[in-house]
Write a protein that binds this ligand. Sequence first.
Ligand code: SAM
Length: 250
Amino acid sequence: MKSNSCSTPFATIAPFYDKLMSFVNYPSWVAYIEKIIQMSSVKDKSILDLACGTGVCLELWSKNGYRVIGLDRSLPMLEVCREKIAAHDGALLINGDIRNFKLGFEMPIITCLYDSLNYLLTEGELLSCFRRVHDALRSDGLFIFDMNTIHSLRDEWGNNSFQRRDEGLFSVWTNKYDSMQNISSLNITLHVRRNGQEIVLKEFHQERGYELSVIGELLNDAGFNFSLYRHLTFTPATELDLRIMGVARK
Ligand SMILES: C[S@@+](CC[C@H](N)C(=O)[O-])C[C@H]1O[C@@H](n2cnc3c(N)ncnc32)[C@H](O)[C@@H]1O
């Protein structure tokens, strides 16, 4: 058995990411977001997906007639994304950082999904991202995002280790929660077969949970009007939810 040392987040798992996420019902996420868009004044079908990863949602929106732009800082994730959306005319991918990106043009809709904002580990970084999003939106634009709550990172992930098998891919997820900083440190170990040999791949990730009041203050500081909902519902979010959705209007 061969083993590599821990790589930077998403560098090693990028080719396996879609398998690891095969349990996620992305079409229901996209349908929910489309409902929010349809209820708003935004009629222009153009979406910038921040931290787009391998582009599962970009592809779904493309198929639904949206012009899509994806931005992510991980080149290996963008590489998988590029292959996926190659067939979709007009799709644009940007290698950038959600904390300091500048587009040079305005978008009607910006999304940031599946824990991506939890990867920002300080309030300053989260505020910086919200400000960049505000700058990049046109005046009636929408910013739609999800976040894991403190409850999820502290009580679900906690100091637990989970073994998973996703479409035949065996992985171990070992979490350690720092309650002073509300940061979950996660070691992901993948067992893959290459040329008849088992290879062990490792990555280290960190996600931070934020109190809902803090998320609200930062959205306010960035200039947004907003609502926070329990994930995929229109029920107001509480600290007891595992995942929340934010719908922010410029
Ligand atoms: C859990 S994945 C989610 C990917 C995708 N949004 C999805 O729904 O499957 C988190 C993504 O956030 C990206 N990411 C994390 N921090 C980032 C940053 N500061 N700037 C840009 N991308 C970032 C990672 O590279 C990764 O692709």
